[in-house]
Design a protein. Structure first.
Length: 297
């Protein structure tokens, strides 16, 4: 298949590009800079120049492809309204372009919604609906296209998609610990996060495109319940620092949006995804990745 990927040079996108190319697919990757274009071409991918605000480019990419993987996101935590609006507009543009084609449309989402201590599973409906919701309610919007002849597949990623080169949540926590002199954690660190290695996440996306029926919700979750206290301790050990227990409110005040999320109990499971796709994660664990030292360079 020829797969159009938004965010093709990003963290998950670059590994998804590698995974698809290694398994006989071709990739049309959207690139917003010359550097990103050069990186994609060096991998053997085709390139479409544009960004998340260039809806005409996104529409052309979707029309030229046999499948679409939408991974791009502004991730501007200082302007969530703009980030959500861009995400919703891109999702709607792709969905409209794929109506009545039955082409796979993978839309990125997440498992990070609190369930009162109960792990999030694939049959739990996202509570985020409408343009003002997180990610612009893009998961529910994309699923609406199933009834319009689109093979929508939702890829819900664990809060941390880790690995060497990761500049996401764990990198932020490590850098903040180094700068602040301690690794912060809310309370006794009993809150749980789920995690997945980036190569396992990319393989799940590829298997979904190849196999999953319309409306499938896939969970990129290798470890469902990693204690935030253990994450903080691994970061502290790697930097030679202490762990400092703070209130959830103080964690949010000092770390902003990421602090709020790190203070949440966000366990998740992926049993149904594993059974449906024959997907079995093989990458390093989150704590092994932290202990490797890659987050401290």
């Amino acid at each position: 298949m020829r797969v159009f990927i938004t965010g093709a040079s990003g963290w998950i996108g670059s590994h998804t590009t590698d995974e698809l190319l290694a398994n006989g697919h071709t990739v049309l990757g959207m690139a917003r800079s010359e550097a990103s274009e050069a990186t994609l071409r060096a991998k053997g991918a085709e390139v479409l120049r544009g960004d998340l605000d260039d809806l005409d480019a996104i529409r052309r990419g979707a029309a030229q492809a046999d499948a679409v993987v939408h991974l791009a996101n502004k991730h501007d935590f200082t302007n969530q309204a703009a980030t959500n609006a861009a995400e919703r507009a891109a999702t709607q543009t792709i969905g409209d372009a794929l109506v009545d084609t039955n082409k796979p449309f993978v839309v990125a989402s997440g498992t990070a919604f609190p369930m009162g201590g109960t792990p999030v599973t694939e049959d739990v409906q996202s509570p985020f609906v409408g343009p003002d919701a997180p990610r612009g309610g893009s998961e529910r919007l994309a699923l609406d296209y199933v009834d319009r002849g689109v093979r929508t597949l939702v890829a819900r990623f664990a809060p941390t998609v880790h690995g060497t080169g990761d500049h996401g949540f764990i990198r932020f926590l490590a850098d903040s610990a180094r700068n602040g002199g301690a690794a912060l954690v809310a309370g006794d660190g009993a809150a749980r996060w789920s995690a997945v290695h980036v190569t396992d996440a990319a393989r799940m996306i590829r298997l979904g495109i190849e196999q999953a029926p319309a409306g499938t919700i896939m969970h990129a979750v290798a470890e469902g319940e990693v204690r935030t206290g253990d994450i903080a301790a691994a970061i502290a050990d790697g930097l030679g620092l202490a762990v400092e227990s703070v209130t959830p409110q103080e964690l949010q005040e000092r770390y902003g949006f990421i602090g709020a999320v790190f203070g949440m109990d966000l366990p998740a499971r992926s049993d149904r995804t594993r059974e449906l796709l024959g997907w079995e994660p093989t990458g390093p664990t989150l704590l092994d990745d932290i202990r490797s030292g890659s987050y401290f360079s």
